[in-house]
Write a protein that binds this ligand. Structure first.
Ligand code: FAD
Length: 291
């Protein structure tokens, strides 16, 4: 199928882009890398009257570090994130998440901000952002605001961004020093969206877990933080038995996952538990923690 007819605009400034969104409120859509929007247009699941292409906007394509935080411009291609030496050397969870996003061809076009604004609950970057308490900078007709990750993802393909707001930058704190970490998912083929996945990290003090973070994806309308399971880890010695029990505990943090042609709700629940146990084990081994 071909998209329904639309007007195309490629503004040169952020202000112009925001004005176009405001003038056509509800009928305009931002275009970044097009890796999710173009299929939606082609299948006529989205029918905007105006497409506002951000490709010409200056200064939204960068990866840098500020005060230990990773700062990524919304229009930075996922492939740029993948190849950035700062990401590879100092932000391993961001690197690992990126390597699970789609295929190299998609990452060449798809942007960091586009994936987050799209907010697919099976996508890697939203889970990463929630796990690391990322902050989202949005600019709209009323100026700039910063949105916390736990408020950004509202429901399936829906964020806290207003119709006339553009996501311009994401700030991602580094992992806590010495944290054991993992990013684990199961997809039918590498590069497909995950059926379910989990990213986790924990720190230890005196041989006991002192903090833990577990975020699941593909098992709800947004990424899901498994807070009860996190609490169950704190104060315990890392062990295979603990990770088995945490794998069971995450099920209490999940409401009913979606059933679709790819997997049933039951399969996604079971995967969430297994992947949590496996991920925590991987994290411990990588950090040299004897189990
Ligand atoms: C074959 C294939 C496999 C894929 N597999 C995966 C996968 O495994 N994991 C995964 O995470 N993704 C996957 N994707 C999706 C891909 O990662 C997209 O790149 C990403 O979801 C959207 O980024 P984009 O820059 O292409 O955004 P676009 O497609 O241009 O936009 C997506 C949506 O976000 C909005 N938007 C974009 N940028 C902004 C902004 N700055 N401010 C406000 N709104 C904005 C758009 O209006 C649109 O609604 C896959 C895609 C394909 C085609």
């Amino acid at each position: 199928m071909k998209p329904a007819p639309f007007e195309y605009a490629a503004p040169d400034t952020l202000e112009e882009a925001i004005s176009l969104l405001e003038e056509n409120e509800g009928d305009a859509k931002v275009l970044s890398g097009g890796q999710s929007l173009m299929p939606l247009l082609n299948m006529r699941l989205a029918r905007p009257e105006v497409l506002v292409d951000l490709a010409r906007l200056p200064d939204l394509d960068y990866v840098r570090e500020e005060g230990g935080e990773l700062v990524i411009g919304a229009m930075t291609r996922q492939r740029t994130v993948e190849l950035d030496p700062i990401v590879r050397e100092r932000h391993p969870l961001v690197y690992e998440a990126t390597m699970n996003v789609a295929h190299p061809q998609n990452r060449n076009q798809g942007t960091f901000g586009g994936s987050l604004a799209h907010a697919d609950p099976s996508a890697e970057y939203p889970a990463l952002a929630l796990a690391l308490d990322a902050k989202f900078k949005a600019v709209g007709p009323d100026g700039e605001r910063v949105i916390d990750a736990d408020e950004f993802f509202v429901t399936y393909l829906t964020t806290d961004l207003e119709m006339s707001e553009i996501l311009t930058e994401v700030r991602i704190p580094a992992l806590p020093p010495g944290a054991a970490w993992s990013f684990t998912e199961l997809a039918r083929r590498h590069g497909d969206y995950a059926l379910a996945g989990v990213t986790s990290f924990f720190t230890c003090d005196g041989g006991k877990v002192s903090s833990a973070r577990i975020v699941l994806f593909g098992v709800g309308a947004t990424p899901v933080r498994a807070e009860k399971a996190e609490q169950a880890m704190v104060g315990q010695s890392p062990s295979s038995a603990l990770f088995e029990s945490v794998g069971k505990a995450v099920l209490d943090d999940i409401e009913e996952p979606q059933s679709d042609v790819h997997a049933s709700a039951e399969q996604r629940r079971a995967l969430a538990g297994v992947l949590t146990t496996r991920g925590l084990g991987d994290a411990a081994r990588r950090a040299g923690i004897a189990l």
